[in-house]
Every structure is written in structure tokens, then in C-alpha cells.
Ligand binder design. Structure first.
Ligand SMILES: *Cc1c(COP(=O)(O)O)cnc(C)c1O
Length: 457
């Protein structure tokens, strides 16, 4: 078989500024040892997130010129609505400026203090929006999904036994909806099988609990289903996506992921009473229902991007890139979450730096070492992002896993960038024994990873 190539060529370039280790040391110190606070121009390969960082196609840029900026009922809205409806089948479709805006509206409209929301794994903004209204976010991943060494094909699956137990413990009346996140961002970008989604839907149905899909990477999840699940090989990604959405009563979405755009989100549902509540809050905080928080040109780019995300060549190339990096790292014995996820490679910081305890944030130590070694920016998904701090005692409950996510912007970097990345990781691996942990010197009450200050131990 020949090399799987990037299924596009480059028409416009952006410069990458070279830097020395001494310069990066200075920049990291000025950023209080938190790479979120480093300026983008001081980063060589930026793998902080795949969210809103992708490159748009010529077709998307062309579509933007057609943007109809009418306040109500624009042509661009119609294109957005019909594309989203074709893929998801939802009756009520609301554009939002990004995923968390949809989550904020969802939580504000349907939740009250003490409610419990099960999910395979809540993403950080989802959890924060649920907890902000006093509800409880429960993560019910299978044990396989929590084991970085397991090579199970669908490590994003929800554990049905745990779901049953949560319903028994809290009562269906306290669970306004259950969620399932595809792919599971917090747990390694791992997919959820169609079979699992169907089983979750059935279980929830028995208790009259609606199911909401957090659909950020629905196209990548559809690709994994096509490749890995029995009987799915000959179906198109669109058909698989349509079946996934057919199981849901509602959906939140960050179009900054599989919308292949730089900004956008949706909140969709079938239930009219929900739609009325969503619409009222949408108008209050996002905008008129036919544009949400978006410009007409954004709606145009999304309508094109959603189709491109479901093209087989695109998904095959994207997945091949990630497989390539994962196999090179594995050959060197560098611990990563296996199998590689759909949008990222997750380094297992616990296994990479076993001498650094969770209380000293091994993920932060690794993220900072990667930046210093080669200007690579990753993100900690460990005890800083998911750990819990008791506000009274200051006591920390660590996260189950200590991961460092290297998320790949869509259609942005080429193979030589990835070869460079592998060299940087190898350099840090060589001197891993000399790395030291970190402590937090300043933190906000919510989503602390974005703005916390650290100092090396
Ligand atoms: C990105 C993301 C969100 C939030 O979306 P934003 O557009 O960043 O607000 C929610 N859930 C998951 C799984 C995500 O990856």
C-alpha cells in the first residue's frame, strides 16, 4: 500500500517563528509555568487543542462570501439548518457561538440543584456548567476506558452497570437526562460503539430518561464505528452518524471540532417544551434563533465543513496521522493511551514520570518539559483539570488518570511537523528521570487549568 497522503495541497501559509531553549525558558517563566498563558507566537507546534484551530477548505472560504447577514431567516441559516437536520434528524436546531454556550443553556433550562447527570465522561466545560447550577456530574466510563494500557476498540463506552446503579441510587426523577460524549475527549479521544449507545438509550428509556449526545467529534466516532464495529464496514460515515443521532433526544455540539470551522456550536432537540426553553435562553444570551451567536458567513462555512468532516479520504488521513505518531512513540517504549484516539495522542504522564506523585502534577511537569525542549504546546488532562479541591480544607482528590493531550488541529500540520514532534518527545523521554513536579501558587474556583499559576518544585 502507498503512503496515505494529506488529501489537500496548501494555498496559504502561516509562518512558524523559531526560538531557542533560553527564550522558551523566559517565556514559560513569564507565563507562570502555565502554557495556556504563553503567547501563540512563542509556540512552535501548537497542540493545545483541536478546537477551532483547523484550516478551512477553499470551498468553505468561498461559501463565506455568500454569507447572508440578515438578522432573521437568512439564506445562510437555511443552509445550516438543512445540513444539520440531514445529518442529525433533529426537529429543533439552534446555532450557538460554541459548545459551552449550548451547555450553559441546557443546564440553565433543565437542571436544578441536586440533579444528577450521568455521562461516559463529562468534558470540563460540561461538568462546569452542570456544577454551576448545583447539579452533580457523574462519569461512568467502563473500567477498560480507564486503563491506558487496554487496547479495547471502544474505550469511550459507558458502563451500563454503573449507569443502572446511579439511577437506582438517585432515582430517575432526579436525572433530567443522561449524556454520552462522542468521542470521549476527557478519556483519550476514545470512541463509543453503536451497540453501546443503543444499550444506553434502552436503559435510559426504561426509566423515561432522555439521552443527550455531546457530539463534538461525531464524524471521528463514525469513522471508528465503520472501521472497528461488526457489520459497519460498508456503510458511509453519514449513514453511521445519522444512526447515532437517531438514538438521541437532544444534542450539544462544538462545531470547532467536527464542524471544521473556527467558531460555532449547536443545541438541538425533538421535544417542543425543551425547544421553547432553549429558544428563550438563546435569545437572552446568544441572539435571534436563526443566527444564535454566529455571523451568516459562519453558518455557511459550517454547512460545508460538516459534509467535509464526513468525507472518507479526510477521516482516513486524519486517523493515519495519529496512528503514525502513536506507533513511533510505542516503538520507543513511550507510554501512551492505547489505542490512539481520534483527535489526539495522549501521553500517560503517570507512567512517563512515575517518580512524580499526583499531588505534584506529573502532567504539568511533562507539558512544561515539552515546551522547553521544542516549543511544543500540549495540555494536561489530569489532576489540575479533573482533580477536585475541597474549598474549605484545600485538600485535593486526584484524577484517575494523569494524561498529557497532544491534540491535532485539523488539516494544519504536515508529516515533517509530526516527525519534529516525535523528536521532541523522545528528547524529553531520554531525560525523564531529571524532571520535577509542580505546585499551584494561584487558582480560580472554576476551570482552574486555564489560568492557574504554577511553580516548579
Ligand atoms: C470542546 C468540547 C466542548 C465545549 O465546546 P466549546 O466550543 O469549547 O465551548 C464540550 N464537550 C466536548 C467533548 C468538547 O470536546
Amino acid at each position: 500500500m502507498k503512503t496515505i497522503i494529506e488529501p489537500f495541497r496548501i494555498k496559504m501559509t502561516e509562518p512558524i517563528k523559531p526560538s531557542t531553549r533560553a527564550q522558551r525558558e523566559e517565556k514559560l517563566k513569564a507565563a507562570h509555568n502555565n502554557v495556556f498563558l504563553v503567547d501563540a507566537e512563542d509556540v512552535t507546534i501548537d497542540l493545545l487543542t483541536d478546537s477551532g484551530t483547523g484550516a478551512m477548505s477553499a470551498q468553505q472560504w468561498a461559501a463565506m462570501m455568500l454569507g447572508d447577514e440578515s438578522y432573521a431567516g437568512s439564506i445562510s441559516w437555511k443552509k445550516f439548518e438543512s445540513t444539520v437536520r440531514d445529518i442529525t434528524g433533529f426537529k429543533y436546531i439552534f446555532p450557538t457561538h460554541q459548545g459551552r454556550a449550548a451547555e450553559r443553556i441546557l443546564a440553565g433550562a433543565l437542571l436544578k440543584a441536586g440533579n444528577v447527570i450521568p455521562n461516559n465522561s463529562h468534558f470540563d466545560t460540561t461538568r462546569a456548567n452542570i456544577e454551576f447550577v448545583g447539579a452533580i456530574a457523574e462519569d461512568l466510563l467502563t473500567d477498560d476506558g480507564k486503563n491506558p494500557a487496554s487496547t479495547a476498540p471502544f474505550k469511550g463506552n459507558m458502563d451500563l452497570g454503573k449507569l443502572e446503579a446511579v439511577i437506582a441510587k438517585h432515582g430517575a426523577e432526579n436525572i433530567p437526562f443522561g449524556m454520552i460524549t462522542v468521542t470521549n475527549n476527557s478519556g483519550g479521544g476514545q470512541p463509543v460503539s453503536l451497540a453501546n449507545m443503543k444499550a444506553v438509550k434502552e436503559l435510559l428509556n426504561r426509566h423515561n430518561i432522555p439521552l443527550i449526545i455531546d457530539a463534538c467529534r461525531f464524524a471521528e466516532n463514525a469513522y471508528f464505528i465503520q472501521q472497528r464495529e461488526e457489520g459497519q464496514k460498508n456503510r458511509t460515515l453519514t449513514e453511521i452518524a445519522q444512526e447515532m443521532f437517531s438514538l438521541a433526544d437532544a444534542s450539544t455540539m462544538s462545531l470547532k471540532k467536527d464542524g471544521l470551522v473556527n467558531i460555532g456550536g449547536w443545541l438541538c432537540c425533538h421535544n417542543e417544551a425543551w425547544a421553547d426553553k432553549f429558544r428563550n435562553l438563546l435569545i437572552l444570551t446568544e441572539g435571534f434563533p436563526t443566527y444564535g451567536g454566529l455571523a451568516g458567513r459562519d453558518l455557511e462555512a459550517i454547512a460545508v465543513g460538516l459534509r467535509e468532516a464526513l468525507e472518507p479520504d479526510y477521516q482516513e488521513y486524519r486517523n493515519a496521522t495519529i496512528r503514525y505518531i502513536a506507533s513511533r512513540l510505542t516503538e520507543r517504549g513511550i507510554p501512551i493511551v492505547k489505542p490512539a484516539g481520534g483527535h489526539a495522542v495522549f501521553l500517560d504522564a503517570k507512567a512517563f514520570l512515575p517518580h512524580i506523585p499526583s499531588s505534584e502534577f506529573p502532567g504539568i511537569a511533562l507539558v512544561n518539559a515539552l515546551y522547553l525542549a521544542g516549543g511544543v504546546r500540549g495540555v494536561e488532562l489530569g489532576s489540575v483539570m479533573f482533580g477536585k479541591r475541597n474549598p474549605e480544607t484545600g485538600e485535593e482528590t486526584p484524577s484517575v488518570m494523569e494524561l498529557v493531550r497532544l491534540a491535532f488541529p485539523r488539516r494544519v500540520y504536515t508529516q515533517s511537523h509530526f516527525d519534529y514532534l516525535i523528536e521532541v518527545i523522545e528528547e524529553v523521554w531520554e531525560k525523564r528521570d531529571s524532571l520535577k513536579g509542580a505546585r499551584i501558587t494561584k487558582q480560580p474556583p472554576f476551570l482552574r487549568h486555564f489560568t492557574a499559576h504554577f511553580s516548579p518544585i
